[in-house]
Unconditional design. Structure first.
Length: 256
């Protein structure tokens, strides 16, 4: 089950005032290539660095908490690292992007990732360039481009900066985002659960106190042993900790 987005938080971002902290960037009057999200081992900082150095005609705005050494993107004139910001402030900041990028390293971990930011970028009506990790390759939209290397990213960004693609994104990206919001995901889960007898256990929470049942996605490695420690799956661990403090025990029903 892929992730989804609260598109209502992003769809009207262009009606928000642009924060004064961005005035220096806006004044440069260059195309803005943007990324927000955790700066962790799955983000290819070297790729961002190379793109910025090869394209001084573009500005790069990076938003998010850094969990790794980010020296690769520091002290580069056309890279602006804004650090972490509250979720509520993201739409006003990201509205200045001309193209959004998702420069993830492709590996076993990222091939199991469904990036919420993909749908949020679409709600912002942005064309997107992303590396072709497994989850995103299913989307065949004209405003979503795939690229693996710096030269491919360069060509894809240049294409996304054309009026043709930007115009398409302003309409089609929002329509795409509307198909990938949480209300549609929960409706799908409910239909699946209702049509499978075993799924009724999730509705009934059939085990008596102190058990609490939860339906989860697959967060284990394909060998069924190793538990991935990064991303949304950590919420299951947090939920277990919270319930333990309340004297309850967590039972998970896992699909995927």
């Amino acid at each position: 089950m892929p992730n989804a987005a609260r598109i209502e938080d992003f769809a009207n971002a262009h009606e928000l005032p642009i924060p004064s902290s961005l005035s220096k960037i806006i004044a440069r009057d260059k195309p803005i290539i943007g990324y927000y999200g955790a700066l962790a081992e799955w983000v290819d900082l070297g790729l961002i660095q190379q793109l910025a150095k090869e394209h001084p005609e573009w500005d790069f705005v990076i938003i998010g908490k850094s969990w790794v050494d980010i020296s690769a993107i520091e002290n580069i004139e056309n890279i602006y690292y804004l650090g972490p910001v509250p979720y509520a402030e993201l739409p006003a900041l990201a509205q200045i992007f001309d193209v959004a990028i998702i420069p993830f390293v492709i590996n076993e971990l990222t091939d199991c990732v469904s990036p919420i930011k993909l749908f949020e970028f679409c709600a912002l009506r942005l064309p997107i360039v992303t590396t072709p990790f497994y989850e995103v390759t299913q989307y065949k939209e004209t405003f979503i481009k795939f690229a693996s290397k710096a030269d491919e990213f360069s060509r894809a960004i240049q294409e996304c900066l054309t009026e043709e693609i930007r115009t398409a994104a302003r309409v089609a990206a929002l329509e795409f985002a509307q198909q990938h919001q949480w209300s549609s995901r929960t409706s799908l889960v409910e239909k699946l659960v209702e049509h499978r007898l075993s799924g009724l256990k999730c509705f009934s929470n059939y085990l008596p106190h102190p058990y609490i049942a939860a339906l989860t996605g697959t967060f284990f490695h394909f060998d069924g042993q190793d538990f991935y420690g990064g991303g949304a799956e950590r919420y299951i661990i947090d939920l277990h900790a919270v319930l333990s403090k309340m004297g309850a025990r967590l039972v998970t029903y896992q699909y995927g």
